[in-house]
Design a binder for this molecule. Structure first.
Ligand SMILES: Nc1ncnc2c1ncn2[C@@H]1O[C@H](COP(=O)(O)OP(=O)(O)OP(=O)(O)O)[C@@H](O)[C@H]1O
Length: 250
């Protein structure tokens, strides 16, 4: 995708009956950048992803999306695969829904599964896959349409730490190929700093983006980068900003 804007929220508010409104939220995501959103439970992280995906309407403010139709991929915490269908059929679904012929959709799905290291599991059904493999299928399904914007809502939260680390490396490698903009929600500060180029901390009470902390170093990360002092310092800076953002509004 060309340099420029991927999506932005300007002065966006969302209001529901039994809670204070979320916002006003200002957030700009540049084409090809990786942003992590962290914040207290209930701050509004998933709501911001849904706004960016056009799955939620703002009550006020503007959402701008420089994305071609179908150019957004969404990955949820649970892989949400069709249990009766094999891996290749699950990944081909978004293409078939947009009218791509089955043979072509399956060929592209097979490529996407190979890209996430599951080229030999095309006919496996979800119950035959580990949690990490099922999440890889879910990632392949989000990437098969070659999205310009990839939205991930705590995708690795249910997985063990070694599997999570492997998936973050996979995500970096996949990002290097086509460079979609990525917005990644996580509760894990270390994961946020390792994964993203910029970590945005949401205020607990309003969901407004507060501190935006750039992370140092290249992506994919070099070997042993977690031992690098600049990584450790950035983790501390984000953790402090997150603690400050937890303080309820007066
Ligand atoms: N459709 C809805 N109707 C009413 N309230 C909602 C709706 N969707 C979200 N909310 C409320 O808005 C707030 C923000 O929800 P959201 O899921 O965006 O938070 P979050 O930061 O992603 O939380 P978590 O980290 O727990 O997943 C919560 O208080 C939630 O209960």
């Amino acid at each position: 995708m060309a340099d420029g804007l991927a999506a932005s929220l300007s002065g966006v508010t969302v209001a529901w009956p039994d809670r204070a409104p979320i916002g006003p939220v200002d957030l700009t995501v540049t084409a090809g950048e990786i942003v992590a959103l962290v914040g207290a439970s209930g701050a509004g992280k998933s709501t911001i992803l849904r706004l960016l995906a056009d799955l939620e309407r703002p009550h006020d403010g503007a959402v701008v999306r420089q994305i071609i139709p179908g150019g957004t991929g969404f990955v949820f915490q649970s892989p949400t695969l069709m249990p009766w269908a094999d891996a290749v059929a699950n990944v081909a679904l978004p293409l078939e829904l947009t009218g791509v012929a089955r043979a072509q959709a399956y060929a592209r799905a097979a490529e996407a599964l190979a890209a996430v290291g599951l080229g030999d599991r095309l006919t496996a059904r979800p119950f035959q896959l580990s949690g990490g493999m099922a999440m890889r299928v879910s990632l392949a399904r989000a990437l098969v349409t070659r999205p310009d914007l990839l939205l991930l809502d705590e995708p690795f939260a249910a997985l063990d730490s070694i599997t999570r680390r492997g998936l973050v490396e996979d995500l970096h490698r996949l990002w290097s190929n086509t460079r979609p903009a990525i917005v990644f929600v996580t509760h894990d500060v270390e994961e946020a700093v390792y994964l993203a180029q910029r970590v945005v901390v949401l205020e607990a009470a309003t969901g407004r983006p507060g501190a935006a902390i750039p992370t140092p170093g290249p992506i994919p990360r070099p070997p042993h980068w977690r031992a690098d002092p600049s990584y450790r310092q950035t983790v501390e800076a984000v953790a402090e900003a997150l603690a400050a953002a937890m303080v309820p509004a007066a």
